[in-house]
Design a protein around this ligand. Structure first.
Ligand code: FAD
Length: 515
């Protein structure tokens, strides 16, 4: 057919027949042949989520090889380590978010939540939010050849009565926005004439439950807000302000070394100083450790020792748990997924190549929703991003490298040594019949802001005790700020964050109730 049409072309345009023949051959063999091959070979890769894991896959994935679709209820990536700062207005939430489409212009994005994954039919049932107020909901199905589950986790309240009803969370942009508004309105309410002193004390009592990195950083940011903005706007109210950081175990900042944990306690409980010190009570911030929260009511937080703590704002930073979609998939896959749950605890059990166990090599899981059978890893952005980067490379190189045969996973034929992440990625270029080195987490260290321009930095320069560099105070703060500025996902975000810091320093934080 092509030849006939080209013959006609030669008649009308006077090309010699041999040119037409050559063109036809080229068309059939090369153009059509290659196109046919690449269309047929282009697998439908669906990524659930737009967080740390998903963004890393998107950055690395080869869209010539995969037809990529991202499904997530939010169309942006969020730089979670700076969410605590945005909850008091040190940085704007817009400065720490980025459209997920920016991470890969060739990927398709669907604003929807996955509701059900059918591993047999390889179909995801989704709910799309067609209008912003979520009132109109469309259901649709998306088929996949390969699926990456990177949905993260939900806040875990451990079933403690009243937490869901009365506590604020700090996990999403909306949470940070709500907290900021609540802080401002608590001060405004406390300022109304005729408010009894007891009520003012309750309104200006801030409780943060959970002294992990999120709780500690928020406590530090909140104290900065009170100490820096309070003297300008509400000097007469400051003596009533109390910030309580409550922790069920004896340990604060679990991922840190003991010396840095002690430094955190010292930094958090430091007494007010400087020109405005006289406006505050001595004990603005208090650390309550080794005390479990038993219940939260409308007015009080009940501790296990019987103490009732009144609060105006309670922020729950107590831990994470599995999302419905993850639990549902575990139950559907069954087999070792269910047996493994003692170890995996509500996460999808994956092998060291992030293949979901018993899912026939069709489903992968990374980040907070995955539990690596090679050993438990912390639920951090660092882990999720490294896993995403690794997975993109695996998928780009081809399935044979991780032992697939007709969609069925094989045990690794050859493991290329216990290497670090960089080496295992380099190992991808090895021969076709060798299997890939497993994922190795490269711990780069941890950082936490503790307020008053001081932070803790524990950097892992080499995987030994001697390779651990520790810093606190102003040095830690310098490292914290520089590393987080460099780690922003775009130049735009780097500039916005930098300008936000300058703006907060020069003009203070915004205390209006707009947005
Ligand atoms: P996430 O980044 O949580 O992304 C999950 C994505 O899945 C989201 O886009 C979500 O909308 C989407 N999703 C949810 N349900 C569905 C569904 N049903 N269908 C489709 N999509 C869905 N880690 C560090 O390493 N350092 C830090 O300093 C640090 N600080 C933190 C501070 C805060 C306040 C918080 C909350 C976390 C912090 N973390 C930090 C932890 C880190 O953010 C997480 O470990 C990381 O986000 C996990 O990445 P993820 O890709 O698994 O999930």
């Amino acid at each position: 057919e092509v030849r006939d049409r080209l013959a006609k072309l030669t008649e009308t345009r006077n090309y010699p027949m041999f040119v037409a023949e050559k063109a036809a051959k080229y068309l059939i063999d090369d153009v059509w042949g290659n196109m046919g091959d690449s269309v047929a070979a282009k697998e439908r890769l669906v990524i659930l989520g737009a967080g740390w894991g998903a963004a890393a896959v998107l950055k690395g994935i080869d869209t010539n090889r995969y037809d990529v679709t991202v499904i997530s209820p939010r169309n942006y990536f969020l730089f979670t380590p700076m969410l605590a700062g945005s909850a008091v207005g040190t940085v704007n939430v817009r400065s720490i978010t980025q459209p997920i489409r920016d991470f890969n212009a060739n990927a398709n994005y669907l604003e929807a939540a996955a509701k059900e994954i059918n591993p047999e039919k390889q179909i995801i049932k989704c709910t799309g939010l067609t209008v912003q107020d979520n009132s109109e909901i469309d259901e649709f199905e998306v088929p996949y050849d390969r699926l990456i589950v990177s949905v993260g986790a939900r806040v875990n309240t451990f079933g403690i009565k009243g937490v869901e009803e009365y506590c604020s969370y700090l996990k999403q942009v909306d949470h940070a926005r709500k907290i900021r508004r609540k802080i401002v309105s608590l001060f405004e309410r406390a300022n109304l004439p005729g408010t009894p002193e007891e009520e003012i004390e309750k309104l200006l009592s801030f409780a943060i439950i959970g002294a992990g990195p999120t709780g500690v950083e928020f406590a530090g940011e909140l104290r900065d807000y009170v100490e820096e903005e309070g003297p300008k706007y509400y000097p007469h109210l400051l003596k009533h302000v109390r910030i309580k950081l409550i922790e069920a175990t004896p340990v604060v900042l679990r991922p840190f070394d003991k010396t840095l944990q002690d430094a955190a306690v010292e930094a958090l409980t430091i007494k007010p100083s400087g020109n405005s010190a006289h406006l505050f009570s001595e004990e603005i911030a208090e650390l309550v450790v080794n005390k479990k929260v038993m219940e939260v009511s409308q007015d009080f937080i009940k501790l296990e020792d019987g103490r009732d703590i009144p609060y105006g704002l309670a922020v729950w930073a107590g831990g994470i748990g599995p999302l419905e979609i993850t639990l549902d998939l575990i139950a559907r896959i069954g087999g070792r997924q269910v047996i493994n749950q003692n170890v995996a605890r509500g996460k999808l059990a994956v092998d060291p190549w992030h293949r979901v166990i018993d899912a026939k090599g069709k489903i992968f899981a990374i980040g907070d929703c995955a539990a690596n059978q090679g050993g438990p890893l912390p639920a951090t952005a660092q882990v999720a991003a490294q896993q995403g980067e690794f997975l993109a490379h695996i998928l780009n190189v081809g399935n044979h490298t991780i032992g697939f045969e007709n969609g069925v996973q094989l045990p690794p034929k050859k493991v290329l040594g216990q290497t670090q992440l960089a080496d295992s990625i380099a190992a991808l270029s090895t021969g076709e019949d060798e299997y890939l080195a497993p994922f190795q987490y490269l711990d780069l260290g941890v950082l936490a802001y503790t307020g008053r321009f001081s932070a803790l930095a524990q950097l892992q320069m080499a995987p030994t005790e001697a390779g651990r560099v520790k810093a606190k105070g102003k040095v830690g703060f310098g490292l914290w700020r520089s590393i987080y500025l460099i780690k922003q996902t775009s130049l735009r975000n780097q500039m916005l964050v930098f300008l936000d810091w300058c703006k907060a320093r020069m003009f203070g934080r915004d205390i209006t109730l707009i947005d």
